[in-house]
Each structure stands twice: as C-alpha cells, then as structure tokens.
Design a protein around this ligand. Structure first.
Ligand code: MRU
Length: 360
C-alpha cells in the first residue's frame, strides 16, 4: 500500500442537524469549477437530480434519503399523520426525478419504512423525534454506501490486471457515490496494491461524464489515464491495449441483466468479441430483484438538446431530430462477473444473485 485514496472533495454532505442543508459538489461545472451547491428544500434537490448536479446511482440514492429530511423541515408544526403525508409528498417528487437508477427508489422506500416503524414502535413520539430518526437513517444510508464502496474495491482488486489497459465508461467513482466509487474503487484498490495499469476513459457522450468527471477524478489521485472518444474502444481492443473493462450499474435485474450509461452494451459486445473480461461493479442497493429480466428496466430518455450540443455548444442543425436514451441494458450472458460488497458474482448470475442477495 503506497497511496491513499481519500477524496479531496465531497460529492454530497449534510450540514447541521434536522434543520440542516444538503451540500452537493455541482457536477455540471466540473472540471472547470469546483463549486458546491446548497439544497434547502426538496425542489432544490429535484432540480439538482434532473440536471445532473448530483448523479450516479448510489449518490442519487443517498441524496434522496437526505431529500426526505429536507422535506420534513416543513413538518415542524404538523401532527404525526400530517408529517407522514408530507413525507409521501417529498418521496413522490424525488421518485419522479430519474427513472432508471433503482438506488433512488430503494433509499426512498427505506426512509418511508423507517418512519412507519418509528411511529409503530413509539406511538407517542413527536414529529421532531421522527425527524431526528429520519436524519439518523439518511446518515446510516450514507455511511453504508461508503463501506460498500470500500468492500467493492477490495473484492475487485484481484480482477484488475498488473499492467496494460483497463477501460471504463461514464463515471462510477467517488463522484457517483458517497464513498470512493464502485468501478473506480476496484481501480483505486488495485493501484494502491501496486498494480500499474493505465485507465482508458471513454468520454461518454452526450454529457461527457467520462471526459469531465472520471478524467478529473483520476487526475486527483494521479492514476495514469488516457481519454478516448467512445468510438475508439474497438480499435484499442483489437490492438491488444485493453485487458479488462469495468463499469458501474444503475439497476441490475434478478437474472443479471444490467442497466448502465448508454454505450455500456456496445462495450460488453466488443469485449466478448475480443475475449476481454467485462466486469460490472455495484452495491447490493443497485439490484432490483422485483424485476426478473432487463427488458423491464425503465430507461430514461433525456432531451434531444443534449445530443444536438457538445459541451453546451450546439453542433447539429435543429432541423434533424435527435434521440437520447440515457442508459442501455447489457445482457447477463456478456458479463464476466459482477463485483459487489458481498463478493464477486460469477455466472450463472441468476443463481449467484439469488444465493447472495435473496433473504433466506
Ligand atoms: O446519468 P448518470 O451520470 O447518473 O449515469 C451514471 C452511470 O451510468 C453510472 O455508471 C452508474 O450510475 C453507476 S455509478 C457508481
């Protein structure tokens, strides 16, 4: 171990007690500006989620949990029933922000359950007591996410090559979680253990999460990295430059089919064609066991403007329509393994997911 990887920034942080605020690193402004954004109300956070000031499945989940705490600030004068109604209102607003990352719904459901359990166990409790309990739950979700990231890093490190190149897509790093990331956690752990591979970073059109965010994050830790355009991966693979591909996930169905940033599917097909291992790294909060097959995962479609533009500047005539699905679904059959905090799941993925994640 010759390097430490503790971020020099925080992706998201709650400031203060039950009347506090949620501070987010504004990812729309990276890498040019490192600016923090303060959310004081649910609507501020919804806007931050929709516009990708905060993004990445685990970070979306943690932010949403704190969003419930923001919403409950309006419940100060309410009776318990009114406070629970307000919680449902905030939950519905936050749930409508982004449809694909299941961590959002997972965190919101967990906050709702914590509230219901609290009043069931302590019927005489006050609304301020409930708000303290909800902040505790959001803090627990945040802490668990950090621990899951660390464990994913440790579980993934032996799968990373000693040298050569590792290709990653989008941003599945510290900027996408409360901790050190998922796919990038494995990369950080491997570098910490002395491995010396280069990270090839897909720029990740249309919103450039690779070029703007992953490249920035890897530079913070001096990890050798090379930026490529999305259409270069096949050529690098053919030339033997890529020894492994690793990406994050937004939702994993019970059979292992995996939704992640648009472009991941293409990489999985290429990796299979060139005999390169293709890994997904994700915490258990990204699995959706209620969905048996990837085709049932909702895929967010974003504004055509994002395709018409590059880095905020229009590059195509508006006369041509553009299509902008934000995610695609990689077939379980094309995934070499899924790295989780509970261990590495190998095919048959459906069985591994059941064995590790289904409540016994
Ligand atoms: O649209 P984004 O930037 O939220 O998409 C993010 C991704 O697709 C990530 O790869 C995924 O959420 C995993 S983050 C650990």
């Amino acid at each position: 171990m010759n390097k430490t990887f503790s971020p020099s920034f925080h992706t998201l942080r709650w400031e203060g007690g039950i009347d506090g605020t949620l501070q987010l690193l504004d990812q729309r402004k990276l890498p040019q500006e490192k600016e923090y954004l303060t959310c004081r109300a649910v609507d501020d956070l919804v806007e931050a989620l929709v516009s990708l000031a905060v993004r990445g499945a685990p970070a979306i989940g943690v932010a949403a949990a704190y969003g419930i705490c923001l919403g409950m600030q309006k419940a100060a004068d309410h009776a318990p029933a009114g406070a629970l109604a307000l919680l449902d209102e905030s939950k519905a607003k936050l749930a409508a922000s982004r449809p694909t990352a299941v961590n959002l719904f997972w965190a919101l459901d967990r906050m709702k359950k914590a509230a219901c359990r609290f009043f069931a166990e302590q019927p005489a409790a006050s609304v301020p007591d409930l708000r303290r309990r909800l902040l505790e739950e959001a803090n627990a979700i945040c802490e668990e996410d950090k621990q899951m990231c660390r464990a994913i890093g440790q579980n993934g490190l032996s799968l990373m090559p000693e040298d050569g190149g590792v290709l990653t897509h989008c941003n599945a790093g510290a900027l996408a979680t409360a901790g050190i990331g998922t796919a990038l956690a494995a990369i950080y752990a491997a570098h910490q253990a002395g491995k010396r591979f280069t990270v090839y970073v897909d720029e990740t059109r249309p919103l450039l999460q690779g070029a703007r965010l992953t490249a920035w994050e890897l530079a913070q830790y001096a990890i050798p990295s090379v930026l490529i355009c999305d259409n270069m991966a096949a050529w690098l693979m053919k030339r033997g430059k890529i020894k492994a591909v690793i990406a994050g996930a937004d939702r994993i169905a019970a059979n292992g089919d995996t939704a992640n940033k648009i472009g991941t599917l293409g990489l999985s097909i290429l990796a299979k064609r060139f005999g390169i291992p293709f890994y997904i790294a994700a915490p258990s909060s990204t699995f959706d066991l209620s969905i048996s097959h990837g085709r049932d995962i909702p895929i967010e479609e974003r504004s055509a403007d994002e395709v018409h533009a590059f880095a905020g500047r229009r590059v195509a005539p508006s006369a041509i329509p553009a299509y902008n699905p934000a995610f695609d679904i990689t077939d379980a059959a094309d995934i070499t393994a899924i790295i989780t905090e509970k261990g590495v799941f190998y095919p048959p993925l459906e069985k591994a997911i059941k064995d590790y994640l289904e409540p016994k």
